[in-house]
Ligand binder design. Structure first.
Ligand code: FE2
Length: 175
């Protein structure tokens, strides 16, 4: 039963709740299709670099955060992307690997720049799952790519920040 007293306390608490909501890390990272090339049981590793790979190097780094900006320790990130020819390794695990965030919710992926392939902008696939939380499947994009505007899946809010070519930054916000 909604009593007069409860109504008053709700009115008092409301501004507090609004303040808490204002301290967000932005919107929850949008979901995207996993596409046709996801594979389970990837190796746990931070570097996907293959011996002798000649493609330009890429490092992607950032944090996994809750909506109230808490860094999430031990969150799973499972990455996969096309090789320098725009092809996925569907037999083995080239350019596939998973890792977990550190105590500050940080991750770091060392790999090559994936090539574009027909119909798609340059992108990296990833699944992110906080410990005991819900799995988020999405894709990361590169800034200022001619292919971005031709790809119906492309989203500006999934573009990595790149201060220099080969160094991408992206923070995931997960529920
Ligand atoms: Fe893809």
């Amino acid at each position: 039963m909604l009593t007069r007293r409860r109504l008053i306390s709700a009115a008092v608490l409301w501004p507090l709740a609004s303040n808490v909501l204002a301290q967000t890390c932005g919107r929850i990272t949008p979901r995207q299709t996993e596409g046709p090339f996801f594979k389970t049981n990837t190796p746990q590793r931070i570097t996907l670099l293959e011996p002798g790979a000649k493609a330009p190097r890429l490092v992607v780094a950032g944090q996994v955060l809750s909506p109230d900006c808490t860094p999430l320790k031990g969150a799973l990130l499972d990455f996969w992307h096309a090789d320098e020819h725009g092809e996925y390794d569907n037999q083995g695990f080239r350019y596939r690997g998973h890792q977990y965030t550190d105590a500050e919710g940080r991750y770091r992926l060392e790999t090559i720049l994936p090539a574009e392939y027909p119909g798609r902008a340059r992108h990296i696939h990833v699944k992110v799952q906080p410990a005991g939380g819900r799995l988020l499947t999405t894709q990361l994009y590169f800034p200022n790519q001619p292919g971005n505007q031709r790809d119906g899946l492309f989203r500006q809010d999934l573009v990595m920040q790149m201060s220099e070519p080969g160094a991408g930054a992206f923070d995931f916000v997960v529920a």
